[in-house]
Design a binder for this molecule. Sequence first.
Ligand SMILES: [Zn+2]
Length: 366
Amino acid sequence: MPYRWPADTVLTRLELHVEDRWCHTCGGQLTVCDHRHRRLFTLNGPLHVVCKLAHCPARVCPAHPRTISPEAEPALAMPWWVLAWDVVCWLGHRRFARHWSVGQIRVELADTYQIRLSDDAIECYIHRYQQLLAARQHDPHLLAAAYADVEAVSLAIDGLQPEKGHETLYVVRELERKRVWFAEPLLSSATTEVQQLLVQARVWAEQLGKPVRLWMSDKQDAFVRGIAAEFPGVPHRYCANHFLRDVAKPVLETDSRAKVKMRHTVRGLRAIEREVLAEQSPPAPPRLPEAQGEPTRAPKAQAEEGPRDVVLDYCTAVRGILNDDQGGPLHPPGLRMAAALGEVHASLQRNLEVEKGGQPTSASRV
Ligand SMILES: [Zn+2]
């Protein structure tokens, strides 16, 4: 459906000419025979593009009936499109690199660029963007260039279910260059259907002239049998991601239990703080340490800071350690907590040693 431009749209006029002014058949000079008017959205405002179409005026020339369009026109926008390339690229980037929703894109286009489009129109252009991207990813020349200095390819296949109840999308990826080679929605995970994708992967690798070093997938029967049949002798490893996902859960559960135990053991910070603040006289204005000092730093600062401040610094450091919840299964927070508490313990121990050998400090007493 053609775009309905509001009557008050202010358009910038842009004239495009045929650059090559000479007829390739008879050598005569081309003349302008017609105009094509197009209205386009660009990120810099709407354009009224006037394409000056040319032809060879010599009636006897075989090229006479041919109309030539300005070379610059497709660089601005594809035929029939209402969006120039810059807007289409912007759309694709927001949708696929930034994962914006169509509604979010619609609002941003209207607010920032005064481009008012329906959700349908945006979806249509996103679809076109995908088609262009897929064509580019499949381009044999570009693919050959991308794999020029790769000795062998490593392939992975996985089934993704975009939405519950929808058909599963089977994606074949190449891991050396981290590219999605292709994806097909399959209604069933039957061996024969999956087999077709594996055949396609073999054809791609053969066209690139690269051996397949490795296959990775989960343990689905269709994958295990299909890869063994289509790629005999190629090692097939089970995906580390699936393995990690399976192992992550019990690791985090154990880690979480360990944290609860440690927090249960290291208690009473507030009581210590209160006691220290009350004990000290003459009463100075109560001060909470600003930075979570390194526990090992505190004893060094002891000389200038008073013992009370040292104790408060220790309390702050320990509270910071107990509240630290960052980190996933590869860096479990409980392990970090245990290590940090160990350091505090060692630091306190050093204070006690000093007390045994030298003068007592109230910090070590506490
Ligand atoms: Zn001619």
